[in-house]
Design a protein around this ligand. Structure first.
Ligand SMILES: [Fe+2]
Ligand SMILES: [Fe+2]
Length: 180
């Protein structure tokens, strides 16, 4: 086989696999509905990523260091979640939200700017907990919705849900550690 034939064969195979994957989903649910559900999560992950990343740099004061370092780590985790949702959207033949300014509207949890006072750690942590809880509610609903409809999307929502549950736990602990 010539190299071009091999490349063509692999490309055809990939396209076939993509088509079969989409076909399986389409037999049970409108693929556009799945893409819209995934885009909502994709947008929320970007909003959380930006909210945490900015807060990590903005926060200051005596007890700010551990909070800032958690925010940095978790903002990277949220970006990784966004990447996973984008991959699934593309696999299904869809487009991740292309208009950056639309992200807070496409998402279901919104975006909360850090408190004006950089030392207001309690408010900042509470805003993170609210974002995590909103994501947990949505991913839980989606894990349930896709249980028998689309196994791949179901697994994706379930995996990310587990991460958000552990995030919420960590932030509740950090909130409890803040002095009155
Ligand atoms: Fe996330
Ligand atoms: Fe999270």
């Amino acid at each position: 086989m010539l190299i071009n034939d091999i490349i063509k064969y692999e490309t055809d195979l990939k396209m076939l696999m993509g088509k079969k994957g989409i076909e399986i989903v389409a037999a049970k649910i409108d693929v556009n509905e799945v893409i819209a559900d995934l885009n909502k999560a994709y947008a929320d992950e970007w909003c959380a990523h930006y909210q945490y990343w900015l807060a990590a740099h903005w926060v200051s004061g005596l007890n700010a260091d551990p909070v800032s370092s958690r925010l940095t780590t978790q903002s990277a985790d949220e970006l990784m979640h966004a990447q996973r949702f984008a991959n699934r959207i593309i696999e299904l033949g869809g487009e991740p939200e292309m208009d950056f300014a639309s992200l807070p509207k496409v998402g279901g949890c919104g975006y909360k700017a850090p408190p004006k006072e950089p030392g207001n750690l309690k408010q900042l942590i509470q805003d993170v907990i609210d974002a995590e809880r909103c994501a947990i509610g949505y991913y839980n609903k989606m894990t349930e919705k896709y249980r028998d409809k689309d196994y791949v999307t179901h697994e994706l929502f379930k995996t990310v849900l587990l991460d958000e549950v552990s995030d919420e736990d960590e932030w509740e602990d950090l909130l409890a550690q803040q002095p009155n």
